[in-house]
Design a protein around this ligand. Structure first.
Ligand SMILES: [Zn+2]
Length: 502
């Protein structure tokens, strides 16, 4: 069962009910290894993760009798939510596993996992033919799994969507998957190979290609995504659940998450971090810890970074500021900037999901042209497209004037629909504000820097303003006059240029 509590862009805060507990989403599942776990599960829980994922294939190979007898929660000594991956990761690493789909599903069901995954074939970064094969074999196994999982109704089952970088295959795979009601969660496969190359854009394109066909009421798990910086972007496009071993794999390799990517510990002099361990130790002290203790501390730090970015994302959703968060984080890595710009191009997709009105009226921070991807501005643009300005009977002239940034400079309500002039305000972020809307949210709620916009974007915006003007009923009857903007000189110059051509 999944309840959506709040939303922004295509991202949401939700509650996922499993047999043992409730997870607030977006949530991250740290991968735990029953054989080698440098950081105890008790500590993982104290750091804010009441859910873990482990490998069902390894449990089956090494602890089969024991775990069948006592159950997975008792074996791990963890009474939070336990998810198991089916061995798909081993396939990606070593090519194959010696267990069938049916065997692993039944095993997961019998040992009592909260969330189970069928034995899919992760696509990875492969050629077209191999990708097609991974999709068709996975779909065949999905079909087979439908008949098996109904015997284990307490477990939430994940339906894997494959296809890798071949977006048409991802779409095909998602389309086939979307209607299968036996499954509670959709899982999008194998972004890890792309994340390791910082190819965030491909990962996000995979997510959107899948999401377009999946039912919005079910949670979506992105397998193997453990870079903290990808979290806000993936959530913004509709991912609810993440899992990864990267926090511990990097720790073993003396690497840490920072606000700007992954960095080697020996290159760090100062570790600017808000986590408890980094306050107790400094970078020099951590370098000098005994190996095992160092791995534990680095893993704790890495998990804290993931938690921090999850919380940052959730708070931004609450405030309706997720777009602004993506904007500001996009400067943390050039590949993130690439991802941010790719998301800007997906505005038709995410604006569909973004709530029109959030509880609290908040100012909008706008920096440049791409700030117009903010759903609150997009919804204003959409509204204005179908808006007919209310012109009084005596109007002879339309004045194009820069938008006042102070509500006191908006026309008084009693002066509207009187006189011979009608003011249509222009603005680089709002495009146009008819005089009767001046002061109405969000027309005077955009906080912006006091600098001009660049020429190319000024031209694009000027065209939009003129399009609005041309669509006004009876526009031929009026003369049009333009008032210069002192802030946005390039925009008023472009407008003048176009008006002269008319
Ligand atoms: Zn830290």
């Amino acid at each position: 069962m999944f309840e959506i509590k709040d939303a922004d862009l295509a991202g949401r805060i939700g509650k996922l009910y499993t047999k043992t507990s409730v997870i607030e989403t977006p949530a991250f599942f740290p991968v735990v290894d029953v054989e080698r776990q440098e950081i105890p599960l008790k500590e993982i829980r104290e750091l804010g993760f009441n859910q873990v994922i482990t490998n069902a294939y390894i449990l089956y190979k090494r602890y089969k009798e024991k775990v069948l007898e006592q159950g997975v929660h008792s074996l791990l000594g963890f009474n939070g939510v336990i998810m198991t991956d089916s061995g798909a990761y081993q396939i990606l690493q070593y090519g194959s596993v010696d267990i069938t789909n049916k065997e692993i599903i039944e095993f997961e069901g019998k040992i009592g996992v909260d969330i189970g995954v069928i034995l899919d074939i992760p696509t990875g970064d492969v050629d077209r033919l191999a990708a097609e094969r991974s999709v068709s074999v996975t779909l065949r196994r999905v079909e087979e799994a439908r008949r098996i999982i109904i015997d284990y109704p307490e477990t939430l089952w994940v339906l894997p969507v494959q296809g890798g970088k071949y977006l048409d295959l991802v779409e095909y795979s998602a389309e086939k998957a979307s209607g299968l009601e036996e499954f509670s969660i959709y899982g999008i496969g194998s972004p890890t190979v792309f994340l390791e190359k910082y190819d965030y854009r491909t990962v996000l394109e995979i997510v959107v290609s899948a999401k377009k066909h999946l039912k919005p009421g079910k949670p979506v798990h992105l397998f193997g995504a453990g870079h903290p910086l990808i979290i806000p972007y993936a959530v913004a496009l509709g991912v609810d659940l993440f899992d990864s071993a990267s926090y511990i794999l990097y720790a073993r390799d003396d690497r840490v998450f920072t606000d700007f990517g992954v960095e080697r510990l020996d290159r760090i002099t100062y570790l600017p971090c808000r986590c408890g361990d980094c306050s107790d130790y400094n970078a020099e002290k951590i370098k000098n810890l005994p190996k095992k203790e160092k791995i534990r501390i680095l893993a704790r730090h890495n998990l804290c970074m993931i938690k921090y970015y999850l919380d940052l994302t959730k708070q931004a959703i609450k405030e309706g500021r997720l777009w602004e968060l993506l904007e500001s984080l996009s400067r943390h890595h050039v590949r993130l900037y690439e991802a941010f710009r790719a998301i800007y191009e997906m505005k038709d997709y995410y604006s569909k999901y973004s709530p029109r009105v959030k509880g609290v009226v908040r100012g909008i921070r706008a920096y440049d042209y791409y700030s117009m991807g903010n759903p609150r501005l997009l919804s204003y643009h959409e509204k204005i497209q179908n808006y007919t300005p209310r012109l009084g009977r005596d109007v002879k002239r339309i004045i194009l004037a820069p938008l006042p940034l102070d509500p006191d400079h908006c026309p008084e309500p009693e002066d509207l629909e009187k006189g011979e002039e009608y003011v249509l305000y222009y603005d680089p972020f709002l495009i146009v504000v008819p005089q009767e809307l001046c002061g109405v949210y969000p027309t005077i709620h955009v906080h912006r820097p006091d600098i001009d916009i660049d020429r190319g974007h000024a031209e694009t915006i000027a065209k939009k303003i003129l399009m609005f003007l041309n669509n006004m009923p009876g526009i031929d009857r009026y003369s049009v006059m333009i008032l210069q903007s002192s802030n946005y000189r390039s925009l008023s110059e472009e407008l003048e240029r176009f008006l002269r051509q008319l």
